[in-house]
Design a protein around this ligand. Structure first.
Ligand code: PMP
Length: 449
């Protein structure tokens, strides 16, 4: 690849983006009362200096305030995996909000038990509790794990992401031991006091860390999805389960993104047997919700310990968690939108996406790869596909990513910022995938010309 050509093409795409989006540019320039000019600082992750402002969204498409229509393969980085505003969710939320009334009342609704039973069917673990975000589901799962094991540390995979969980901001350093993740904002203490780390797919490294005997739980994605998609090698996940049992650590599967693997995420698709499952984002059909599920044995153990304050201010809980609106939305999403049948269609579309990208990679003999996890696929600029988080992190190419993101956005296709990732919803169509295939092929053809 000619880097000079890439730089020139990126500059051209940035100019086009700025010219095409005057209203978004002006809205951003006016936003002086927002910290970093955005409602949340990560919205400054943009390939061209300012974000597109949302006007409306329906199904697999979004519209910005300059009037452009996009095929949305980002889907709110999984929060809108059910598609934007699916009719059953609109109906359930409207009924709760406008017909029955009562979004949040410190009283349970019967939808919560329905959702918990459905999550049990899908993920196997049978006792569920709700939060508003996946981050909080992870935080509370970690507290419960420390409480029952009386051990201080949580073990993560290098370059994982589980939300803004203090303990998780750890990577493998040059000497193979844990160090604070670069950029860690205001860490409460040295992360190695609370955490251990091993590379994904590294069974020996995992055993070395577990052998210290101070790990309460391993918190992991069954496939990494936040540093490209890194798939587990044969036998790795079985070894993780054997070793966690052997060394007395609990296993927490974070299925927030890997939910794409099927109706029960990787846990369901691959017959995994974690002690705890955490999830968030997609299950609310766009309405904030998170959840964690416990094995019956673990739930009974925790509930039997009188010294743990699970009711009041013991550190596990949130006022709005389990509110009537969130669980109504989750029920509609799981019952009518992200159904078993929907996953079959979504996965077929992701396979078509992967096939088309592979054809381009092969046509130009590029040292790139694409990995698919059910309804999700992501390309990465290295070959063979990385087998752990640190090597995947080293394969990042910011300029190339910005070029592809902008080339696609300027022609009506949105990928997930932070990723080269595409997610399929039940509303995504073969035409949507074709649109990406055509524009991606054109972007590479110009680059390689
Ligand atoms: N777990 C995983 C695997 C995630 O990818 C994310 C967010 N990308 C989270 C947890 C945190 O989700 P939220 O920001 O909605 O709390």
């Amino acid at each position: 690849m000619d880097r000079t050509r890439l730089t020139a093409l990126l500059a051209r795409e940035r100019d086009n983006y700025t010219r095409q989006n005057p209203r978004s540019a002006a809205a951003y320039a006016r936003a002086e009362h927002l910290f970093g000019r955005v409602p949340m600082t990560w919205m400054n992750k943009q390939a061209a200096g300012f974000p597109l402002y949302l006007a409306s969204a329906r199904g697999s498409h979004v519209t910005d305030i300059d009037g452009h229509d996009y095929v949305d393969l980002c889907l709110g980085d999984t929060g809108a995996m059910a598609g934007h505003s699916p009719a059953p969710v609109v109906e359930a939320v409207t009924r709760r909000l406008a017909v029955l009334g009562g979004v949040t009342a410190m009283m349970p609704t019967e939808d919560a038990e329905w959702v918990a039973a459905e999550l049990t069917r899908r993920f196997g673990v049978p006792r569920w509790s709700f939060s508003l975000t996946a981050t909080d589901a992870n935080r509370w799962a970690i507290r419960l794990a420390r409480a029952v094991t009386s051990r201080p540390k949580i073990l993560f995979n290098s370059y994982c992401y589980h939300g803004s969980v203090d303990e998780s901001l750890i990577v493998v350093g040059d000497d193979g031991e844990g160090v604070s993740r670069p950029g860690n904002v205001g860490a409460p203490c040295d992360v190695t006091l609370t955490s251990r780390v091993a590379e994904f797919n590294d069974v020996d490294g995992l055993e070395r860390q577990l052998a210290h005997g101070d790990v309460a739980a391993v918190l992991m994605e069954p496939a990494l999805t936040n540093i490209g998609i890194v798939l587990p090698e044969p036998g790795y996940l079985a070894a993780v389960r054997t070793l966690t049992r052997q060394y007395g650590a609990l296993l927490i599967n974070d299925e927030t993104h890997t939910f794409s693997a099927g109706p029960g995420g990787c846990t369901g698709a691959w017959g995994l047997t974690p002690d705890i499952v955490t999830i968030g984002k997609a299950i609310g059909g766009g309405v904030p919700i998170g959840a964690y599920g416990l094995s019956a044995e673990l739930a009974d153990d925790i509930l039997s310990r009188d010294e743990l304050d699970l009711i009041d201010m013991g550190g596990v809980g949130g006022t709005l968690a389990g509110n009537a609106l969130s669980v109504a939305a989750a029920r509609a999403t799981l019952e009518q939108v992200l159904t078993d049948a929907a996953f079959t269609e979504m996965t077929a579309l992701a396979t078509a996406f992967t096939t088309a990208v592979t054809e381009v990679i092969e046509a130009y003999d590029l040292p790139w790869t694409i990995s698919q996890l059910g309804a999700r696929a992501e390309y990465r600029f290295t070959s063979p596909a990385p087998r752990d988080g640190s090597s995947s992190a080293r394969a990042a190419d910011a300029e190339l990513e910005d070029y592809l993101h902008l080339y696609l956005a300027n022609r009506g296709v949105l990928l997930t910022p932070f990723h080269n990732m595409a997610l399929m919803s039940p509303a995504t169509t073969a035409e949507d995938v074709d649109r990406h295939s055509e524009v991606f092929a054109a972007a590479v053809a110009e680059l390689m010309a």
